[in-house]
Design a protein around this ligand. Structure first.
Ligand SMILES: *[C@@H]1O[C@H](CO)[C@@H](O)[C@H](O)[C@H]1NC(C)=O
Ligand SMILES: *[C@@H]1O[C@H](CO)[C@@H](O)[C@H](O)[C@H]1NC(C)=O
Ligand SMILES: *[C@@H]1O[C@H](CO)[C@@H](O)[C@H](O)[C@H]1NC(C)=O
Ligand SMILES: *[C@@H]1O[C@H](CO)[C@@H](O)[C@H](O)[C@H]1NC(C)=O
Ligand SMILES: *[C@@H]1O[C@H](CO)[C@@H](O)[C@H](O)[C@H]1NC(C)=O
Ligand SMILES: *[C@@H]1O[C@H](CO)[C@@H](O)[C@H](O)[C@H]1NC(C)=O
Length: 929
């Protein structure tokens, strides 16, 4: 389209009008030097512009500049120094570099005017920019431009210079967007993009443990882009931004004071924000700090590269009252050669250099001021008002080492060097004395590929046109004289994203700032966790204590960790997990002692009973209760008591098995012996011959006891083989691991107990039937009672056992065993012992016979069980039965417990005689009663 346009319309020419106060374009140039190849320079040597009239511009005139910026001046001098150094060296043999430096006054429009002049055609007296559709063969005034002090003006110039692809190499414009080579194809810079700086800042803030901060930025492309960039990086590092405030970027803005006041109000209000990041131009920071000091606002400031080394701010009185300043700067270079150059500038040079003249005038105006730096920094005369009678002035440079910002000097030198090296590469095969030898676009290609040595390092532009050599981190300190000393405390490596310290002192200085707090909420102690739901910011939270079995071992944890609930526990609000104690029903437990004592008493009672019974083995009472059978019962009860010992103490697999088996089998033996007894009672007093037949059939003592016990043994064997009881760790209880015996199979356990219960129930039924038999010798009543106790206890046991939890579970079973043992012991043996010891008169044959006699007479009259009993209802008959029972050799079943054939053999005990009797029974039954 442009080509077509060119066909139909004559290509027109833009002529730069000469406006006040620069009457000719050459007056607009700040400083220049001729050369074969001319390099342009753009520096903000003044900080603001002044219009000739009030308000907005009425006429299209380039405004005056005011407010001398010594840093901009030094940067432009640095460019001159670098070019002169190259000209003195052998880098470009036979080629002289020239320069043309303009003052942008930190104003985009002024910078654009300069850019127009750069674009204007080379070597023509008229300053015009020719419109062309194809600038390939167009040769402008300059081949490359160093500069753009600020991102905003740089972006504007760069877009203009794109037209001719004139390389623009900036030493300080850091906005990230300039890395975009689609928008800014001819832009290069010798510093890293802000995206690295914002990331490093966020990392630094995070490293210091701050998470509640404020941001200030200028209202321009630099500030707004940095703000956005930093916001993203901060979020990635979990740093929250309490406020973002924008300040006008131009000092000529009339609202600047009210905006600064507003920002200071915000800072005062957000009292928890102790750290403020500022992407501001240094003259704004000066204004801000002056007001902050008046309002006694003290914070920690994080300085972007734009003001971190600004000595102008340091010249404010009491600058240390604004708090700490930590900042990022571009990598330092060696500035001594540059300072040397400044020191030995000849008078001749000063006279020919407009900039130097201004500077010298300024020095002379300030020479009477005590604080020279402050005077220079605050010097705000319009440029054309400087006195020009400086012929005999010498440059006063003693204070320059304190002022110069080595980072910017370094980056400016690099920019010039990069261009020079690119020119050298380009001029290898052409005569560069000819201004038409190459176009700017060719230099741009060469620049993108150039590598050069800086401080012993090979340097190259990366694909986005930046040079990423990292940052230095500086801290502001006050010297004894009260002067600002900007101390480097760390270097930041972009590749590894780490802070590197040269020595321990640096590291200490760096970490000293850790003492400063800037958090939205006080940190949560170990044992607590953050609860963020109450605020939109993740950094603002309440602390809630961790529940039981949870812990946090670090501060500010977002969640509680879970203790391993198998082996550990923790109370609420805990920072550690405690190991669970291992617990079990041990001997030193009070209940265990009581139960053990009860067991021992039981065993003592058994032994006592055993002695009494053995001593009176031949008395009717003992014989009636079974004689040696009693010893078997006592023995089984003894083992039953003994088994309780296995329930107490540290569980082991062996004990777990032994206790159930021992109890189960011994108690079965006991119950089956009692069953035998009750069977005998029934047998003795059952007058129905048919029932008697069955009972007699059953009554085989050895076989019975053996069979009953054998079944239990089989059950136990099954249990042991298939699901043996074993030790388990019960971890269900917090704070403790309980060692206990798992029964292996509850079903077999139930079967074992159930089997005993069936035996006991049979016993109970038999005994119940015989409960009305003669008192002194009749155990039926007591057996009934004993079995009742057994049932009650075991029926109670089931729900208690099921619901009991923890280490006292064995105690429950022990209690149940003890009660049932005691029940049997007390009911079966104590009445006998009582009779043996205290009613010896009734423990004789005669008393016994009398009793039987009395009973049989009663029973015959009351029981109409058998035909025989009905037929013999006479007193004579009764007495004859008793008599015959005792004296004759016929079988006499009496009192349920003893058989006798002959008087001399009347009491039979032990198994052998019993068995023989049992064999005899069927044969003789018809002859009885
Ligand atoms: C360049 O050489 C000239 C003459 O030798 C000298 O005066 C000047 O200071 C040198 N410049 C630099 C930057 O070395
Ligand atoms: C621009 O001019 C150059 C040199 O004259 C030529 O090589 C190139 O093809 C031209 N480009 C266009 C698009 O005409
Ligand atoms: C400058 O100094 C020279 C001698 O050093 C003197 O002759 C001359 O008058 C001085 N000029 C001014 C303007 O002071
Ligand atoms: C600044 O501080 C550094 C280290 O703290 C010290 O070496 C240097 O001499 C100081 N400079 C001035 C001008 O006091
Ligand atoms: C906290 O506990 C976790 C998990 O057990 C562990 O990895 C971490 O090192 C602990 N931290 C401290 C400070 O002890
Ligand atoms: C132990 O923790 C697990 C989850 O880690 C849970 O499923 C289990 O119920 C817990 N046990 C107890 C006894 O609290």
């Amino acid at each position: 389209m442009a080509f077509v346009g060119c066909l139909f319309f004559p290509c027109f020419v833009v002529i730069l009008g000469a406006v006040q106060p620069c009457r000719t374009p050459d007056e607009f140039v700040a400083i220049s030097s001729p050369g074969d190849i001319v390099i342009g320079g753009l520096f903000a040597i003044h900080g603001r512009t002044v219009r000739s009239g009030p308000g907005n511009p009425q006429r299209p005139e380039i405004p005056y500049c005011a407010g001398f910026e010594i840093q901009g001046f030094l940067q432009s001098m640095c460019m001159i120094f670098a070019i002169e150094s190259i000209n003195n060296s052998t880098l470009l043999p036979g080629i002289k570099l020239g320069y043309e430096i303009y003052d942008t006054c930190a104003e985009v429009t002024v910078a654009l005017a300069a850019a127009m002049r750069f674009l204007s055609k080379f070597n023509t007296s008229e300053n015009f920019v020719e419109f062309q559709c194809n600038y390939t063969n167009y040769i402008p005034r300059v081949k490359a431009v160093v500069g753009g002090s600020y991102s905003e003006e740089t972006m504007a110039i760069s877009r203009l210079l794109n037209l001719d692809l004139i390389p623009l190499v900036s030493h300080s414009a850091s906005a990230e967007i300039l890395s975009n080579k689609i928008r800014f194809p001819s832009f290069l810079r010798t510093i890293p993009s802000d995206s690295y700086q914002t990331k490093a800042m966020a990392q630094l803030i995070h490293g210091y443990g701050w998470n509640w901060i404020g941001i200030l930025a200028t209202d321009d492309d630099y500030g707004r882009l940095a703000l956005e960039n930093f916001g993203n990086e901060a979020m990635a590092f979990n740093v929250c931004i309490a406020f973002r405030e924008i300040l006008p970027s131009h000092l000529s803005d009339s609202t600047i004071n009210s905006k600064i006041n507003k920002v200071l109000n915000v800072i005062t209000r957000e009292s928890r924000v102790n750290v403020i990041v500022a992407f501001l131009k240094s003259y704004l920071v000066v204004k801000l700090f002056e007001k902050a000091i008046v309002r006694k606002i003290q914070r920690t400031w994080i300085a972007s590269d734009s003001w971190s080394t600004s000595t102008k701010i340091g010249s404010i009185l009491n600058f240390n009252k604004i708090g700490n300043v930590i900042g990022f700067t571009f990598k330092n270079g060696n500035v001594s050669a540059f300072l040397n150059f400044l020191t030995y500038l000849g008078k001749e040079q000063i006279r020919n250099n407009k900039l130097l003249k201004q500077y010298a005038a300024l020095l002379s105006d300030c020479s009477k001021d005590i604080n020279l730096i402050q005077c220079i920094s605050n010097y705000s005369k319009e440029s054309w008002m400087y006195s020009t009678s400086v012929d005999n002035q010498t440059l006063h440079v003693d204070f320059l080492p304190d002022i110069v910002q080595p980072g910017f000097v370094h980056s400016t030198q690099m920019a010039v060097n990069a261009i020079a090296y690119a020119i050298r590469n380009l001029c290898k095969d052409r005569n560069c004395k000819d201004p038409n030898a190459f176009g700017p676009w060719e230099l741009l290609q060469a620049l993108k590929k150039v590598t050069f040595i800086d401080d012993g390092r090979r340097i190259k532009f990366n694909p986005t046109g930046d040079i990423n050599i990292g940052y230095d981190v500086v801290i502001w300190k006050q010297t004894q004289k009260g002067i600002l000393n900007i101390t480097t405390v760390a270097a930041y490596n972009l590749e590894s994203e780490t802070f590197i310290f040269k020595d321990e002192k640096e590291e200490k200085d760096f970490y000293d700032l850790k003492a400063i707090q800037s958090k939205c909420s006080d940190e949560c102690q170990p044992g607590q966790m953050k609860k963020t739901s109450t605020s939109p910011h993740t950094c603002c939270y309440e602390c809630v204590i961790c529940p039981e079995n949870h812990y946090t071992n670090e501060t500010d944890m977002g969640y509680c960790l879970l203790c391993n609930n198998q082996t550990h526990w923790s109370p609420a609000n805990s920072s550690i997990c405690f190991k669970k104690d291992v617990d079990y029903f041990d001997w030193d437990d009070g209940l265990a002692i009581v139960l053990t004592i009860l067991s021992c008493i039981g065993i003592i009672l058994i032994l006592t009973t055993c002695i009494i019974f053995t001593k009176h083995l031949n008395t009717p009472v003992v014989k009636a209760s079974g004689g040696l059978l009693c010893h078997i019962i006592l023995l089984s009860l003894f083992f039953s008591f003994l088994s309780t010992g296995f329930f107490i103490g540290k569980p082991e697999d062996f004990k777990c098995m032994a206790r159930q088996m021992m109890f189960g089998i011994s108690f079965t033996v006991c119950v089956s012996c009692i069953l035998l007894k009750s069977l005998k009672i029934l047998l003795a007093f059952s007058f129905d011959p048919q029932i008697q037949d069955i009972l007699k059939c059953l009554y085989k003592p050895f076989t019975m006891v053996f069979t009953c016990t054998g079944i239990q043994v089989i059950i136990c064997a099954f249990w042991l083989v298939f699901r043996a009881p074993h030790v388990v760790e019960n971890v269900a209880i917090s704070k403790m691991i309980i060692l206990e015996c798992a029964e292996g199979s509850i079903v077999i356990f139930g079967v074992m107990l159930g089997y005993i219960a069936i035996l006991a129930f049979t016993c109970f039924i038999f005994a119940f039937k015989g409960r009305k038999l003669p008192e002194n010798y009749n155990e039926a009543k007591f057996i009934t009672f004993g079995m009742l106790i057994y049932f009650i206890v075991w029926i109670t046991f089931i729900p208690v056992y099921v619901t009991t939890f923890g280490k006292f579970l064995p105690a429950v079973e022990v209690i149940v065993i003890l009660i049932s043992n005691y029940g049997i012991l007390v009911c079966t043996f104590f009445p006998k012992c009582y009779v043996i010891l205290y009613k010896q008169e009734s423990n004789t044959k005669s008393a016994f016979l009398k009793l039987i006699y009395n009973y049989s007479s009663k029973s015959v009259s009351s029981h109409t069980i058998s035909q025989a009993s009905v037929e013999s209802r006479s007193t004579e008959h009764r007495s004859s039965i008793a008599d015959s029972c005792y004296k004759t050799s016929i079988n006499c079943v009496s009192n349920g417990h003893f058989y006798f054939q002959k008087p001399e053999q009347m009491f039979i005990s032990g198994q052998r005689p019993l068995r023989s009797l049992a064999r005899n029974l069927p044969r003789k039954r018809t002859s009885s009663i």
